[in-house]
Design a protein around this ligand. Sequence first.
Ligand code: TPP
Length: 327
Amino acid sequence: MPPIKRTKFKLTPEQLLEMFYWLKLIRAFDERLSTLVKQGKVRSGVYTGIGQEAIIVGTCFGLRREDWICPLHRDLGAFLMKGVEPRTMMAQMFGKATGLSKGRDSALHSGVSELGIFGNTSMLGANLPVAAGLGLTFKMENADNVVVAYFGEGASNTGDFHEALNIAGVQRLPVLFFCENNQYASSVPIEKSMAIDDVADRAEGYGFDGVAINGNDVLAVYQATQGALARARSGEGPTLIECKTYRWHGHSEHDKAFYRTKEELAMWKSRDPIPTFQTYLEGLQFLSEDQDKEIGARVKSTVDDAVEFATTSPDPDPDDAVSDLYA
Ligand SMILES: Cc1ncc(C[n+]2csc(CCOP(=O)(O)OP(=O)(O)O)c2C)c(N)n1
């Protein structure tokens, strides 16, 4: 079948189905984690990104292994798309010896340098100066690799955010700053922490483009990413892309989110990125009922296998607590 013509950066039907698979896998992974937390199986805080999957899929799809990502607490899907096995990721959340950090942290700070994944820090915004530093390395090495750095709208109020954007603008660094604007920073709604409507407007103060897009439209995110990637790879510097979205669950799985209304949640659920994309694919006759079932079955068996692996994996050996240290 010919590629889609509607968009500037063309995707084949096969690639679109792959995107659909990733959306469903990331949703299923988070949903299973949410259940497992309640069963006491997870030894980590869990901050699901349910409702925000289009941002991860639209940004990570087609990234090079050499490109780096700086994911947030809500971005486990980015680890999967960058190449971490679902089994390993689940074992990480279970705090098992087979996880990324071998059971030695609270699961959300691991990175994988071979895959270009920077381990997140707990301080909001602190990943952004690191992203700028990675970008500076690429510039100094004359490599056309790019850094994709995620942050919440809450983090855009920190000093680190502004310092990172400033140096990225001055040095024209190959960094894509991706704001996951899910409307709340913990319990604080955006209108109580910012006097402007769009985080994207902040880029102008640092001399580069910022754009606000529908973060629940995977193709809109993909298109914006590809444009910014092309500019960054050719030395034109950073871009700030603000994705308007919503997180369906509380800030973490132990937050019941009483600070928002049922109506607000229902409104955003009606903009669920997955059925929206499914309808689009079906309209183009790229997704049949059988293909949908096959993708659903593949997603389920991948998550089942990951949970089985994590459940049966050994606990860390206390003697290993200080191994892998370096100075
Ligand atoms: C510098 C700093 N201040 C406060 C916190 C506590 N904290 C952790 S997550 C969070 C909310 C983050 O909101 P946002 O940046 O919008 O990302 P989201 O969780 O909504 O994805 C806060 C205030 C922190 N980790 N670091």
